[in-house]
Design a binder for this molecule. Structure first.
Ligand SMILES: Nc1nc2c(c(=O)[nH]1)N[C@H]1C(S)=C(S)[C@@H](COP(=O)(O)O)O[C@H]1N2
Ligand SMILES: [Mo]
Length: 293
């Protein structure tokens, strides 16, 4: 038992900032206005996008919280928050982005499924926590193992939240073991965000942060770390967050032909203007001078 409790309804949700633009109330999915995204280099926690697939888990007693490390390990282990905090604390500035970011605009070209997002399912934060590579050393997995980056073992992260996509089961995802054990990849088990303890929306008490990889793999409210032979078979690895050519549609899709998405294509967006702005005649030049200098 991890000490985390997963409510089956939305009566125990945290308070949220009133200026968030809400795409879905239950589960709570929201992001900041464009202007807030570019107002500071580090996105304030309150305005950082929130991407959930079920009700936010609750910790009744932090002393009872445990994360288990199991699967293909010689000595499975359960760690408390005190155990995690004993490991060296690393600070990593990393941008997190949901792979569903900009779905609303994509839908104008061709209908996509999933909750709509404008451009703000992205944020930049300073994460503090233990390196996953250090945690895995505790169960006898040494750093930089020589497995093939294209296949090989995976490290699966599971939570406790009840997601309808997992038929009421918990959210999960995995990354290759070779990335998890590479200290330079800076995969964190984070307990701090922007110098504060993680809040409930962002994964209290402990979440994964996988820099440079789609947000979906940065599992919040971490309950277990499972070393597995192949990539995780959960919904968000096998039936979502995959990229297909335009010829593929919902009738002819063969999910097994593509690997789960990990990194992102490059993209950009102008945030100094909202989707629609009204300008008075004669003011246009001034506005552009202001925006691009
Ligand atoms: N347990 C759990 N972890 C999760 C999710 C979730 O619904 N449940 N959503 C994922 C997705 S799709 C994204 S984009 C990021 C969002 O993190 P944030 O809400 O802190 O911005 O968390 C990921 N981790
Ligand atoms: Mo996401």
């Amino acid at each position: 038992m991890s000490g985390l409790r997963a409510p089956s309804n939305y009566t125990e949700e945290p308070q949220r900032h009133p200026s968030l633009i809400v795409n879905s109330q239950e589960p709570f999915n929201a992001g900041p206005p464009r202007s807030a995204l570019i107002a500071s280099y580090v996105t304030p926690v309150d305005l950082f996008y929130k991407r959930n697939h079920g009700p936010i888990p609750v910790i009744d007693d932090i002393e009872r919280y445990r994360v288990s490390i199991c699967g293909l390990v010689e000595k499975p282990l359960e760690l408390s928050m005190a155990d995690i905090r004993k490991l060296r604390r690393h600070i990593v500035t990393a941008t997190l982005q949901c792979a569903g970011n900009r779905r609303t605009a994509m839908s104008k070209v061709k209908a996509v499924k999933g909750v709509g997002w404008d451009v703000s399912a992205i944020g930049n934060a300073i994460w503090g926590g233990a390196k996953l590579a250090d945690v895995l050393e505790l169960v006898g997995i040494s750093k930089l193992t020589s497995v093939s980056p294209l296949g090989g073992k995976h490290v699966e992260f599971a939570s406790v939240d009840k997601c309808k996509e997992e038929k009421g089961g918990p959210y999960k995802g995995s990354i290759p073991l070779i990335q998890a054990t590479n200290s330079d990849a800076e995969v964190l088990l984070a307990y701090e965000m922007n110098g504060e303890p993680l809040n409930r929306d962002h994964g209290y008490p402990l979440r994964v942060i996988v820099p440079g990889v789609i947000g979906a793999r940065s599992v919040k409210w971490l309950s277990s770390i499972n070393i597995i032979e192949n990539e995780c078979q959960g919904f968000f690895m096998q039936r979502d967050y995959k990229m297909f050519p335009p010829t593929v549609n919902w009738e002819n899709i063969d999910w097994s032909t593509r690997r789960p998405q990990m990194d992102f294509p490059v993209q950009s967006v102008i945030c100094s203007l909202e989707e629609e702005n009204t300008v008075k005649p004669g003011k246009v030049c001034h506005l552009f001078k202001h925006s691009f200098h």
